[in-house]
Design a protein around this ligand. Sequence first.
Ligand SMILES: [Ca+2]
Length: 274
Amino acid sequence: MMKYLLYIMLILLVIPSIAICQNVIFFYDFNNEDAGKPPSEPWKVAVGEVEVVNLPAPTNKSVMITASGSGAGMTLILDRPIKIKTVSLEFKFMREKKWTVACEIFYVLNQRCPDNWSGICIKDSDNGKISYHDGAGWIDTVPLEDDVWHDVKLIFYLEKDRYDFYFNGKEMGNNIGYRNWGGLSGDGIDKFNVANVGDGGSTFVKYFDDIILYEGTTRNVAVESKDKLSNLWGRIKVSVSEDPYLKYSGGHRGTRFEKGLIPSAYSDFTRLSR
Ligand SMILES: [Ca+2]
């Protein structure tokens, strides 16, 4: 009898872990970082002022990037490109008022790209709209409201060098081409530029948080109940530790989820995760 009970317990444990198993390549919520300092490895400050701040709360920190006209941004490089797969990137973004001139928000590249303005390019336009590059030119979408957190989601179809762009849960474009991708067909992505890397001439204060890259098109991490989160997160940690990008697991922070501290400012987070 004991034997059967053990089998049943084993099955009950295994089934849900298979159902929610998802390969999270990296996730940074910056909550365990030191405020006032740059984010830790593997993020590298490319240029300008980049520091962790207690915003929206000391328990839920984010990264503040301040440009004074000479560029400001941070970069993450993977130890090898992700190819062929379909992967998705999500992050939270806020821009303060009093910015000047269009510049980068988030660019995803291959290190072999000819410059820092290649690949998948999302920027804020001079006209105040959030824009993406389709390989031929910039496409303006909707006005970018200042001093409010926004949700950005990019789905990369790496086998065909195309991506979809979602802003605040709405599709802004799909099957979009990469910029300056000549000679890189199918070579994948391994470089993540946040804000104004490799440019200059603009001034702004931008915030970024919850930067996550995962396999597939839908994030399986449901931000709902505290108990459920804690369970899910425990399993995702296992998944990450088995991932080839193990060196980045040190930056994988689950504190906010583990504590169940979901700020109201992020109310869209749950909706987008479904
Ligand atoms: Ca955070």
